[in-house]
Write a protein that binds this ligand. Structure first.
Ligand code: HEM
Length: 149
């Protein structure tokens, strides 16, 4: 009985290792495409929505702060990109347009840093106000300029 058990455990271990090896060798073909600006923006939207539910409550600080970090990561990734709307610009205007996109993203990043300080320092009303007013205004203005039709 013990011998049978050992054989079964050994077989399970070997197949487990083989399974991982197979997955590794297939990895390059199934690798996900790098996120596009659009994907980062969708994450920004979801995180801002989740933060709007947490930012008003000082007891939710430990839930809110990791979301702030995630949000900052998406903004940092996005600001390195060129918006698809840049393609429609004449070549001579494109670098300035892409730079102005980076500037708007950096301003968003600064605002999110202020939001982080509000949350850390328990200015919860101000945190909610910053999300529902300032961030939404920044979004609307930026989308007017940078979103393709
Ligand atoms: C709180 C701030 C923001 C939120 C919640 C947000 C949200 C979104 C969402 C949900 C989309 C995709 C869906 C759609 O087309 O409606 C989007 C697209 C886009 N956003 Fe934002 N956004 C924000 C700020 C910004 C800022 C500051 C910029 C520019 C610096 C920007 C530039 C863009 C661009 C260019 C697209 C189109 C991307 C593409 O088609 O690949 N957004 N945004």
């Amino acid at each position: 009985m013990l011998a049978l058990l050992c054989v079964l455990i050994a077989a399970a271990t070997v197949s487990g290792v083989a399974g991982r090896a197979d997955q590794d060798s297939r990895a390059p073909q199934v690798e996900a495409a790098a996120p596009e600006l659009f994907d980062h923006m969708l994450e920004v939207k979801a995180l801002v929505r989740d933060l709007s539910r947490l930012a008003g409550d000082a007891t939710k600080k430990s839930e809110a702060l990791p979301l702030i970090t995630e949000l900052q990561g998406h903004i940092i990734a996005a600001k390195e990109m060129a918006p698809p709307s840049a393609e429609a610009k004449p070549e001579s205007e494109r670098p300035a347009f892409v730079l102005s996109f980076r500037k708007a993203m950096t301003e968003l990043l600064r605002e999110v840093a202020e939001l982080e300080l509000d949350i850390i320092e328990d200015r919860n009303e101000q945190a909610v106000e910053r999300i529902t007013t300032t961030l939404i205004q920044m979004r609307d203005r930026a989308h007017e300029v940078f979103q393709a039709d």
